[in-house]
Write a protein that binds this ligand. Structure first.
Ligand SMILES: [Zn+2]
Length: 1110
């Protein structure tokens, strides 16, 4: 592991060296906050009370799986709205903080500021250094411009976390689609009920394929290269062939049938004729209630879905009349593909929970596909890293590069090295090999792990990565038993477990010196907007208590982290808070062109030692700047100041910067307003995502070298160029939080919650990660928030428990089925107490010579995580349309390869999806229509840059819910149980006017209220007597003493606990203006920005696949 050489001095390493036999288990985290639910493993809020073991509800019933597996005879199928699967435990824990039934409590809110209690206002104390001068340059003429997208000057009543919700009519001609008018049909019918089923062609738990029978598209539509869905409407399936042979996927309708008829006159904007011959069931006629109908039909492992209800039109340009709310749309076209018969994310999630949620996932078996991220399961480490640390796109990878290329399935791992574990799981043990350090392969430097082979009676070991033979150091020698296993196998984590830590020796430290404990520097914008909004006072009040909860290691009594304080507008103010001072001292640096730190002694201090002075300072700051008129800010010099302070203190650390505006004051890193929405959908759109100056890239490099991470809290009232200001944060492994139009009353809880978590969470500093692989593959590409100065080492000034790094692998040789493939992720980092450590994660995968094995062992959620990150990086260099087309093409190739090589011969009219990829189309469509790749009119440039950066560090559970939000019917919740109501699919047609729903995507929580909701429910939840009285500006639900209110609030609290950020709550009334925002997240529907509906996109994918196959 290579380490950047950077001067580092510090106190001698004084930690006692624990014996390696008794693994010391590191305990992370700060002291628990009083009254806060505790989690024993996270830095966040301490230990967690009793984990709720999931208890299956009585009388569990669920709908038959869409996969076509024969349902157990005893199972009844119910309409999806009545699924009773959901219950607490199964619903919530996903690689994150486990849910608790207890409402989330937070530390007491900051005390209100009492004017009389403040010390006398402070002027400038302390002498200014001689070199400090006031700069008089006010940058006349530089004003923050606004553009069409950012002209809103007043905060919206309850906008999204990003961007003001504005009611913008859809742009005519901006999309390709006719309105997709959903119309409720007959109750959902089980697609497999009563129909013969084909045997899955492959054995195993996961069923292999989802077969969707599509009629071939009309000849006239097969050639349109880029406009999808097919402009002339749905082809139809003809009559049916015989039943499939056992062991085959079913055959589809023959292609020679007539497949194109004219449709009834389409709604006004439609251009294409509407085909639709009758369909029939493959193995039997459709039930009498469903006479033959035109349109696509689908088939699932041998059973047909049924067409129900009207069918949308697929063709035509997007007409500008969205299917939205109360807006009267054209009459629905007559026929449609039954949405219940296409693969349902809800069903897949539910099936996995039922099948895999009850047993622990034991990692002893190579190439085992873990349960989905949406399933609550426990992990038992028996030699491979937990899926909470590493998830792969496939757990069985092709032996050859040719095979991999043929399939187009990306081989990638999503790695979260410091992931938080639920309390029942064991943290990685800390192994101390003393002065000699960890045992490593002589050649490739891989760390000792369960896959190393000991030979020659235990005197040597052969490397599982490079095959090199290395002598076992004398102190590490141990005899082998009759099976060749070391007799101390179970005593040593590095021989028996997938994940563990080594205490690093001085060789792993910069400049061969053990590091000093890190420092946190709080840097507060005190310009006019920040002061006026109450933000400055809020931050100062919060810090007074929050500083008691800095990350702390194990049983240490207090945090080793030192703190410092800076305020700024267009000059910087440093504060001396040395414990010996009676009052804090301020030093002003106005020469921001050449930033330096005017004091060394007294800037970074121990909180407990300097508590009085710090409290005094935090009391005084809001007073000092209360009357400020300064509106301009600098930005880069603030980062430079923090960097210089850490350099001077010779330690790593984190800057917490609270910033409000575009930094236009004359200074290095000054930026101008270059927002231009006219660039959207042009070749220059990529510039909106690129930083406008390279200054910040260079600064980021310096910060990474020092271990200076930047966490950025943004409070913009207009464009502030997230793409540029976020560069340093992004490249140093930091986090960005954005609170547009920050208002104290509505946003303070969210901000404070985020700040508390951000300050307290587990974090490693000065981190370097390397992924080693066994011969045959190697890591070739990396996605995430980090910096790379070479092609192998991922460097991060800090890495916290929420951040993932996605690594892509390519073949450089053949792999063998016998030996499989191995990954070893080694993260070198400095703990919050200044201890240098290595965290090791190992994972073994299978290798295959048959493509079918690949397609049986893929994980679509991880695939989507990778594809989204790949696409979101692509927008930096390519037009967005190119990126979107490339995504579609790659996925079409993946599915076409399956169809060609793995599925049994069948009609081209069928879409056949691999069982474990049957959600690929729906999820891919969600990525394609996401704000970064297809922005709606309400999405600002800053929103897009922000989302782009967020997604790049997300884990699989986060991307899953971000792209396909969770939608829960609250009025279906059982107030007497801990369970969540069963989730439903993200489509407007699933909503009932008489119900209340919750939708969450990891950033926002919407509560949607139908117009016909019973008055009693409204009274119970909102405390008002009628629908019209519900305020849509609420940021929290009122605390009312009735079971429904308690239940809903507990659900919201529980969801908040699961996410790494506090989600903004938005109340949406049906047919209200805000509903348009909400509908943006109903991702199975056509979107206002032109995004295809799920049904349309599935048809489009089918067409793409057919073109590839023909
Ligand atoms: Zn090796």
């Amino acid at each position: 592991m290579s380490v950047n050489q950077q001067a580092h001095t510090g106190p001698p390493y004084g930690q006692p060296q624990p014996g390696y036999q008794g693994y010391q288990q590191p305990a992370y985290g700060g002291q628990p906050l009083p009254g806060v639910p505790q989690s024993q493993y996270g830095a966040y809020n301490g230990p967690m009370p009793g984990y709720q073991q999931p208890v299956p509800p009585q009388g569990l019933v669920r709908a038959p799986p869409t996969s076509g597996a024969p349902p157990p005879a005893s199972e009844a199928s119910l309409p999806s709205g009545h699924l009773a699967y959901s219950q607490y435990g199964h619903e919530d824990v996903q690689n994150g903080v486990p849910a608790s039934a207890a409402p989330m409590q937070r530390p007491p809110a900051s005390k209100p500021f009492l004017p009389g209690s403040a010390p006398t206002p402070v002027q400038q104390y302390g002498p200014r250094p001689a070199s400090v001068q006031q700069l008089g340059n006010h940058m006349a003429g530089m004003t923050i411009g606004t553009t069409a997208g950012t002209t809103a000057s007043a905060p919206p009543p309850a906008g999204l976390g990003y961007g003001p919700p504005t009611s913008v009519p859809p742009v005519s001609g901006s999309g390709l689609y006719t309105p997709y008018t959903a119309s409720p049909g007959p109750p959902p019918t089980s697609v497999s009920q009563g129909l013969p089923l084909a045997q899955p062609p492959f054995p195993g738990q996961r069923l292999p394929a989802q077969v969707l029978a599509f009629a071939p598209p009309p000849p006239s539509t097969g050639t349109g290269p880029s406009s999808y869905p097919p402009t002339t409407g749905a082809p139809r399936p003809p009559t049916l062939p015989g039943p499939p042979l056992p062991g085959q996927t079913v055959a589809g309708p023959p292609a020679f049938q007539p497949n194109h008829v004219s449709s009834p006159p389409p709604p006004p904007a439609m251009s294409g004729p509407h085909p639709g011959p009758p369909m029939g069931g493959l193995h039997g006629p459709p039930p009498p209630t469903h006479p033959p109908q035109p349109g696509y039909q689908m088939q699932q492992n041998g059973s047909f879905g049924q067409v129900r209800g009207p069918q949308p039109n697929y063709g035509g340009a997007y007409p500008g009349t969205p299917n939205y709310g109360s807006q009267p749309g054209p009459p629905p076209p007559p026929k449609r593909l039954d949405p219940d018969s296409i693969p349902s994310p809800i069903q897949v999630i539910e099936d996995d929970r039922s099948n895999r949620g009850s047993e622990p996932f034991v990692t002893g078996v190579r190439g085992q596909v873990p349960p989905l991220v949406t399933t609550n399961f426990l992990v038992k480490d028996q030699g491979n890293a937990s899926p909470r640390y590493i998830r792969c796109t496939s757990y069985n990878i092709p032996c050859t590069s040719d095979m991999a290329k043929q399939s187009q399935v990306p081989l990638a791992a999503v790695i979260k090295p410091l992931a938080t574990l639920p309390p029942e799981e064991t943290l990685p043990y800390l192994v101390d090999h003393g002065e000699s350090g960890p045992v490593r392969c002589n050649r490739c430097k891989a760390y000792m792990c369960p896959f190393m082979q000991f030979i020659e009676g235990g005197r040597r070991f052969q490397c599982c990565f490079c095959s090199c033979v290395t002598e076992v150091p004398p102190h590490y020698f141990q005899h082998l038993d009759h099976t060749g296993k070391r007799v101390d196998f179970y005593d040593r984590p590095e021989l028996s477990l997938g994940s563990y830590e080594f205490l690093a020796t001085v060789d792993y430290c910069k400049n061969n010196k053990f590091p000093s404990p890190p420092a946190f520097i709080f840097m507060i914008d005190v310009s006019y907007n920040a002061v006026k909004s109450g933000l400055v006072r809020l931050i100062c009040e919060e810090l007074k208590s929050l500083l008691d909860y800095l990350p702390r290691e194990g049983n240490m009594e207090e945090s080793a982290i030192r703190v410092g304080f800076v305020t700024y507008n267009k000059v910087l103010h440093f504060y001396n808070v040395k414990s010996s001072l009676a009052q804090p001292q301020m030093m002003v640096v106005s020469d921001v062109a050449d930033m330096f730190v005017p004091l060394l002694d007294g800037f970074l201090v121990n909180v407990n030692e300097s508590r009085t002075v710090i409290t005094s300072l935090l009391d005084q700051i809001p007073e000092m700047f209360a009357d400020t008129r300064e509106t301009e800010t600098v930005f880069a010099p603030v980062i430079q100041a923090g960097l210089e302070a850490l350099k001077a203190a010779e330690c790593a650390g984190k800057l917490f910067i609270f910033h409000t505006s575009l930094p236009i004051a004359e200074a290095p890193g000054k930026v101008k307003n270059r927002d231009d929405r006219k660039l959207i959908n042009t070749d220059k759109e990529k510039t909106l995502f690129q930083p406008q100056t390279s200054f910040y890239n260079n600064l980021a490099k310096d910060c990474v070298a020092q271990g200076c991470c930047v966490d950025l809290f943004l409070f913009p009232n207009q464009y502030l160029d997230v793409a540029t200001l976020g560069v340093v944060t992004y490249q140093t492994g930091g986090s960005i939080y954005k609170y547009a139009y920050f208002q104290l009353e509505t946003d303070q809880d969210r901000f404070l919650s985020d700040l508390r978590r951000d300050v307290q969470k587990e974090v490693g500093f000065d981190a370097v990660m390397r992924v080693r692989t066994s011969t045959g593959i190697r890591a070739t590409d990396f996605f995430g928030a980090f910096y790379m100065s070479n092609t192998t080492d991922v460097e991060m000034a800090s890495l916290d428990c929420d951040k993932t790094i996605t690594v892509e692998f390519k073949h450089d040789d053949k792999l063998s089925e016998d030996s499989g493939a191995l990954l070893q992720c080694a993260l070198l980092y400095t703990s919050c107490a200044g201890q240098r450590r290595l965290r090791i994660h190992n994972l073994s995968l299978n290798c295959c010579t048959q493509l079918a094995d690949l397609y049986r062992n893929c994980e679509t959620d991880t695939l989507i995580n990778y594809l989204a990150k790949y696409a979101y990086r692509g927008v930096l260099s390519s037009p967005v349309k190119t990126v979107r087309d490339a995504l579609i093409n790659q996925c079409a190739q993946i599915l076409a390869c399956y169809r060609k090589n793995c599925a049994s011969p069948s009609s081209a009219g069928q879409l056949i999806l691999p069982e474990c990829m049957k959600l690929l189309p729906v999820y891919l469509n969600c990525v394609l229509k996401s704000d970064v790749l297809q922005p709606g009119p309400e999405v600002t440039t800053d929103d897009r840059a922000y989302i782009r950066q967020l997604v790049t560090s997300m884990d699989v559970a986060e991307t899953n819910v971000f792209f396909y939000p969770r939608l829960l019917p609250l009025t279906k919740a059982d107030v007497d149980s801990d369970s969540l109501p069963a989730a439903i699919r993200n489509s407007e047609e699933r909503l009932s006017k008489g119900d209340i729903y919750l939708l969450e995507n990891g950033l926002n929580i919407f509560v949607w209220v139908g117009v016909n909701v019973q008055q009693g429910l409204i009274q119970n939840l909102f405390g008002v007597s009628s629908f019209s009285q519900i305020s849509n500006t609420l940021s929290t639900l009122p605390v009312l003493e009735n079971p429904f209110s308690k239940k809903v609030r507990s659900i919201i609290d529980m969801l908040q606990m699961q996410r790494s950020r506090y989600m903004k709550l938005i109340i949406v009334k049906q047919e209200d203006k805000l509903e348009m925002l909400f509908k943006h997240f109903l991702v199975e529907d056509k979107s206002l920005s032109g995004g295809a509906s799920y049904v349309d996109f599935l048809c489009h994918m089918h067409k793409e696949i057919r073109q590839l196959l023909s």
